[in-house]
Design a protein. Structure first.
Length: 272
């Protein structure tokens, strides 16, 4: 690399975002590792060529401030990694509408607002890459995953649409689809279970019974970071990148089966 490039990553305090920030930094990039609480990124901020500004993707002023800080400090942004997000699960009749709004504000509107804030700089320079961290849950669903999968299915469509328009200004779009990853995502997952809704309880119990072994063999965040880095730098028109062996297997299974066959197999997993 003849001159250092700059990557801005949302949700960098832990997990995939943290691993991605560290990886880009070790490979000579200038890194803007954003997070809602910069105190959590003191060790990152101590690294060479790393800036840790405050950023809440649901706050427009915060977005503008963080982007301005990145441009002011490093002169511009070459890659945007939209990583910030969390998961909301539960029977739909048990979830308050306000919780649904928060889920979509963070995972969908926040991603769009962040992209809109960075794209003008890309357009002026005639280059750039947008990397959206989606999920294999944007291709298939688990029980009680309507809110979370709803946002990740949205990210799939958003990424496809952006690939059309960004091509007009010389900007690439990449979509990362991780499976289960060993992160603190459990602490960023909200499961709303109203036990008075007795009809759903057998399926809820079977869900966690089935998911627990998957979490035990989940991939490390560094696996996703490597996929993000490869996507951001490969210079191709490839859109989708799976991350983790489980995601690769699920993607093949979903793509190769019709709906009836796929759901029959999934119901067997949950004894339904």
């Amino acid at each position: 690399m003849s001159a250092a490039k700059t990557v801005l990553i949302t949700g960098s305090s832990t997990g995939i975002g943290r691993a991605t920030a560290e990886l880009f930094q070790t490979r000579g990039w200038q890194v803007v590792a954003t997070m809602r609480n910069p105190e959590a990124g003191k060790d990152l901020a101590a690294l060479k060529n790393v800036l840790v500004p405050k950023l809440d993707v649901t706050d427009e002023d915060s977005i503008r401030s963080a982007v301005a800080a990145a441009v002011g400090h490093f002169g511009g942004i070459d890659v945007l990694v939209n990583n910030a997000g969390y998961g909301l699960y539960g029977a739909i009749e048990a979830i308050p509408v306000e919780s649904l709004r928060r889920q979509f504000e963070t995972n969908v509107i926040g991603l769009l607002a962040m992209t809109a804030a960075v794209v003008p700089g890309f357009r002026k320079r005639g280059s750039g890459v947008i990397v959206n961290v989606g999920s294999i849950a944007g291709r298939l669903t688990l029980p009680f995953g309507a809110p979370y999968s709803g946002t990740k299915f949205a990210v799939e469509g958003i990424s496809e649409a952006l690939a059309w328009e960004m091509r007009e200004i010389g900007v690439g779009v990449k979509l990362i689809e991780p499976g289960f990853i060993k992160t603190n995502f459990g602490n960023s997952r909200e499961f709303i279970n109203d036990t008075s809704l007795v009809e759903y309880q057998p399926l809820a119990g079977k869900l966690w019974e089935s998911v627990a072994p998957m979490l035990d063999i989940a991939a490390e965040p560094a696996v996703v970071a490597e996929v993000i880095y490869a996507a951001a730098t490969d210079g191709t028109d490839q859109l989708r990148y799976t991350a983790g062996e489980d995601a690769k297997q699920w993607a093949v299974q979903r793509n190769s089966q019709d709906d009836v066959t796929f759901f029959k197999g999934m119901r067997a997993v949950f004894d339904r």
